[in-house]
Design a binder for this molecule. Structure first.
Ligand code: SAH
Length: 462
């Protein structure tokens, strides 16, 4: 970080702007917005600057800059069109340690002015460290669309209730829970819809109905984290990830996704290796129950979709049996994610009218699958956990009548920067895997749609 972003209280503070042109006027106006007492030093004024003086917004000293003008100033901005004057102001300010900014000259700046999104009292400042003010402005414009003006009113309302909420809820943790609920619920919606009175009534009611006990109810969020790329998370997944107290995650959840979980949440790895057994699963179920019963918001984060080969159903059965509240958030399952990022449509009018997801996990060296169904034409088969049993899969499909030259693909770490795709045939696939040694997680896709990869692949992994 080359600069430390700060929000500087300049209310009633004397500030100096050197220059009388339009840029100087803009800087003066900005300082005035922050309620500073602004003095403008310049032998002449542009029309815009003159207007500020006429309106008594700023005080004008009609003179060339002298170091004595710096006396008593909290901050100074030089914005003249003369390099040597700007330099002179800079040197003088440095001598007396007054923070200085020289417009359009980052090397003569103690501080730089960011691009500002003003939703007072919410302020968002974006800076490119002087490298590209245009880029900072574009980013600010994007934020503008994300943060509607009503956020200012929302923040004001919250500010007015801080002390009242503090009186009812004694700890930071309880207050966080209260505000998390309120700010994501109808109060915020009502403010955004311009119904401020209703929002205030809703907030009063929420506060009247809240006690430390009512906030102590734990809950479990069973959330699908998608196939790996953080951008493929749902909004809801992200929101719940941001409000969890503890997260239990498995092997498939990428570090980039874990980075998006609330920083203060405890992170517990409960990943299972290939030969997992039910004792471990029961252990996980138990952990979820215990933490929710302790009043925590428990995030159970799973790769892909929790209800597709994720044992999500079993985890919530235990919760349901114990009467613990839970929510399930779907994720993009590996089949959709990998197929999209490999340019292999899972269905296609000319190739496949159905698509079947199966697990390729071996049980005592065998695969217990409905082979006669899988060898039917005009379908796509997606095999999860199919790497270890690939030879058995290939042999069985052929033994049951699928031709050896049916196109088939291996997709390793789909949707991530490490994605690799190998396209071959069902007969050749085991040899390819042997030779290329793909790493987990890898998905197998079988069917004539795989041939479309050659023309439809679009994603370039890092
Ligand atoms: N619930 C998950 C699947 C869990 S089973 C989902 O809906 O995606 C684990 C298997 O999923 C792995 O063995 C692999 O076959 C597949 N898989 C998950 N993520 C993958 C990825 N990014 N790339 C390739 N395969 C993946």
């Amino acid at each position: 970080m080359d600069y430390l972003p700060l929000f500087f209280d300049l209310r009633a503070a004397p500030c100096l702007v050197v220059g009388g042109g339009d840029i100087a006027a803009r800087k003066a106006q900005l300082l005035c917005k922050a309620q500073a007492r602004v003095t403008l030093v310049s032998p002449a004024l542009s029309a815009t600057a003159q207007k500020l003086v006429d309106a008594d917004t700023v005080v004008w000293i009609e003179a060339v800059f002298l170091s004595e003008h710096l006396k008593g100033q909290r901050l100074v901005i030089a914005a003249t069109d003369k390099r040597e004057v700007n330099q002179q102001v800079y040197d003088a300010a440095k001598l007396v340690n007054i923070p200085i900014n020289v417009a359009d000259c980052p090397e003569l700046c103690d501080f730089i002015l960011p691009s500002i999104l003003d939703r007072s009292p919410i302020l968002v400042a974006v800076s490119s460290g002087g490298k590209s003010p245009i880029l900072a402005r574009q980013l600010r414009a994007r934020l503008e669309t994300l943060i509607p003006p009503s956020y200012g009113r929302l923040a004001t309302l919250v500010g007015n209730y801080r002390d009242k909420v503090k009186a009812v809820l004694p700890t930071v943790d309880l207050r966080r829970r209260f505000w998390d609920g309120v700010l994501q619920g109808s109060v915020a919606e009502q403010i955004h819809a311009g119904r401020d009175g209703l929002a205030q009534a809703t907030l009063d009611k929420a506060l009247a109905n809240t006690t430390a006990e009512t906030l102590q109810h734990g809950e479990v969020y069973l959330v699908g984290a998608g196939p790996g790329a953080p951008e493929l998370l749902t909004f809801k997944a992200l929101r719940l990830m941001q409000q969890a107290d503890v997260v239990f995650y498995d092997r498939l959840v990428s570090p980039a996704i874990l980075d998006l979980v609330r920083k203060e949440a405890d992170q517990v790895y409960v990943g299972k290796q290939r030969d997992w057994h039910s004792v471990r699963q029961e252990g996980i179920n138990q952990l979820l129950v215990e933490h929710a019963q302790a009043g925590m918001r428990v995030l159970r984060l799973k790769g892909g979709d929790p209800f597709i080969f994720g044992r999500g159903g079993e985890e919530i059965e235990t919760l349901a049996a114990k009467g613990i509240p839970f929510q399930v958030v779907p994720g993009i399952t590996a089949a959709s994610g990998c197929a999209s990022y490999a340019g292999i449509p899972l269905t296609h009018r000319d190739h496949a009218q159905s698509c079947t997801f199966v697990t390729g996990q071996l049980k005592e060296g065998e695969l217990d699958l409905n082979w006669s169904m899988l060898v039917q034409p005009r379908q796509t088969i997606v095999v999860y956990m199919g790497l270890a049993g690939l030879s058995v899969l290939s042999a069985q499909l052929q033994a049951h009548g699928l031709t050896g030259n049916t196109p088939a693909a291996l997709i390793q770490q789909g949707t991530t920067e490490q994605q690799k795709v190998w396209v071959s045939t069902i007969a050749e696939l085991p040899a390819i895997a042997e030779q290329e040694q793909p790493v987990a997680p890898t998905l197998v896709v079988i069917g004539s749609v795989v041939a479309l990869h050659d023309s439809l692949a679009w994603f370039q992994a890092g």
